[in-house]
Write a protein that binds this ligand. Structure first.
Ligand SMILES: Nc1ncnc2c1ncn2[C@@H]1O[C@H](COP(=O)(O)OP(=O)(O)OP(=O)(O)O)[C@@H](O)[C@H]1O
Length: 466
């Protein structure tokens, strides 16, 4: 089978040993001439001994049959060497070559063991993909468990006719896949409405991912939203990381406080909206994503566009379906119902039966509620927890709400002074009337109001008639 004197010396029994080995064997002389390959090598490569015998490995490399050979290096160094060889068939072999010396110490043969690592490579790839999946799922799980389940339970919500109208509007928009923009002050319920929109949409079984654009630091926001490619920066994991848009693929991304998004990120977000594509930090290729975007802000975005803080093209892209949620002070009719609602929820939770007295309710109706429903809810909860008696009275309310002096409840002068065409005198007269009215409402009599405001009763009548 082999016509070489060295191999003749090896003898037939050794050649049989080569045939039972799991590795492919490839033997060349010191000049690179192929002397022998075993059957396993033939099976691994699809090349036969007949085709290879007598051929120089350098020639086989030059003619493209091999992409790497070990022989010349081993002959040069006299040391074992290893290389990965990619065959034309797509197979990958790891080659480990060893020099063989004669009794005089001269290198006479190079024996190379070949092992198929295609499968290992494929398995590694599968393991990496599965790891990625597991990490995605664990992040989804962490996200889901971090959501306060009681927060958005419809049973915890109070529905009056206005809330119901908003719910109906949100549900109508939710059925379409349109981008939604929720406008309203802090605590009016934007978060809840965003969740409702997702739960009422065809994407309801997929992920709903809330991103608070205002609370992520500027240097992290890009990689959080868009992910990063392997080795994109020092400290980046070798596998890279998907961003929120990839994680929520097929679901909804809720961008809360979108007005806080830095300008550079606004451009990338525009690409998501326009082309449904994200480019990870450090990557050159874009990835397709299928996400519905709901954005919310308590800022006046038009104003921000005018000031150059918000891209106008993004603004127009976002305002496909705009829902404005009014502040609590503009829907005071819902305050008594909300107070009852929260008294019942927290009364049950803390095993207390508490009601709200008329004087306290009057004050709650007049208060401006800068923190809106959240502020009202927190107040009721804290009263239920702390009160020793079973009725909330004016005295139980914090000074910001229960101001004893009407001047403490001055209406918002800045806002009122915008009334076009009014002189300062007229604005001041309005203000005076409102302060007096405040005193009359709070104390319930002209006598008491005149005492507190240190004016006589006739002044009060005169000012109110003006
Ligand atoms: N109709 C309602 N009935 C009962 N609770 C409500 C209602 N609307 C809102 N809330 C409650 O008010 C609180 C604030 O709501 P939410 O977080 O949705 O407001 P937000 O507008 O998103 O505020 P921010 O802008 O600060 O994020 C929550 O605890 C929510 O459950």
């Amino acid at each position: 089978m082999v016509d070489n004197t060295y191999l003749d010396k090896i003898g037939a029994s050794v050649r049989h040993i080569f045939e039972v080995l799991d590795d492919g064997i490839y033997i060349t002389d010191k000049d690179g001439k192929t002397l022998f390959v075993n059957s396993m090598y033939e099976r691994l490569t699809g090349l036969t001994e007949g085709e290879l015998r007598g051929k120089d490995v350098r020639y086989l490399k030059d003619s493209g049959i091999f992409d790497a050979v070990l022989n010349p290096e081993i002959v040069k160094t006299g040391k074992p060497a290893t290389v990965v060889q990619q065959l034309k068939t797509g197979k990958r072999l790891v080659l480990r070559g060893f020099p063989v010396f004669d009794d005089d110490g001269d290198l006479v043969l190079v024996v190379t063991l070949a092992r198929d690592i295609t499968l290992i490579g494929q398995m590694r790839k599968q393991i990496a993909q599965q790891k990625e999946q597991i990490s995605l799922f664990s992040r989804k799980l962490a996200h889901l468990t971090s959501q306060d389940s009681t927060d958005h339970n419809p049973d915890n919500m109070f529905f009056d006719s206005q809330v119901q109208q908003l719910v109906a509007l949100i549900k109508r928009i939710a059925e379409t896949d349109a981008t939604m923009l929720l406008l309203g002050e802090t605590g009016v319920g934007k978060d809840w409405f965003a969740r409702l929109a997702h739960d009422s949409s065809p994407r309801r079984d997929e992920m709903f991912l809330k991103v608070d654009c205002g609370s992520i630091s500027e240097n992290l926001i890009e990689s959080e939203l868009f992910g990063y490619a392997p080795g994109a920066f020092t400290g980046a994991t070798s596998k890279g990381k998907p961003g929120h848009f990839e994680m929520a693929n097929r679901g909804t991304v809720f961008l809360d406080e979108i007005g806080e998004l830095p300008l550079s990120m606004q451009a990338k977000l525009l690409r998501v909206l326009q082309d449904q594509e994200v480019v990870r930090v450090g990557a050159s290729v874009a990835k397709k994503v299928d996400v519905r975007i709901i954005a919310a802000t308590n800022r006046n975005l038009e104003e921000e566009v005018r000031k150059g803080n918000f891209r106008s093209d993004l603004f127009y892209r976002l305002r496909v379906a705009v829902v404005e949620i009014p502040p609590l002070r503009e829907r005071t009719e819902m305050i008594p119902g909300l107070v009852e609602h929260f008294l019942s929820i927290y009364g049950e939770k803390y095993k207390k039966d508490i009601i709200c007295a008329r004087d306290a309710m009057q004050l709650l109706l007049k208060y401006r509620w800068p923190g809106n429903i959240r502020e009202l809810e927190n107040l009721v909860q804290s009263l239920v927890v702390t009160l020793e008696h079973s009725e909330i009275t004016a005295n139980d309310l914090p000074p910001s709400i229960n101001s004893r002096h009407p001047m403490d409840c001055l209406p918002n002068v800045e806002l009122d002074a915008k009334d076009d065409g009014k002189s300062l005198k007229e604005i001041m007269a309005d203000l005076e009337r409102r302060v007096i009215q405040q005193a009359l409402d709070t104390y319930g009599s002209v006598n008491k109001a005149s005492e507190v405001l240190k004016v006589n009763r006739t002044t009060i009548f005169r000012k109110m008639k003006q």
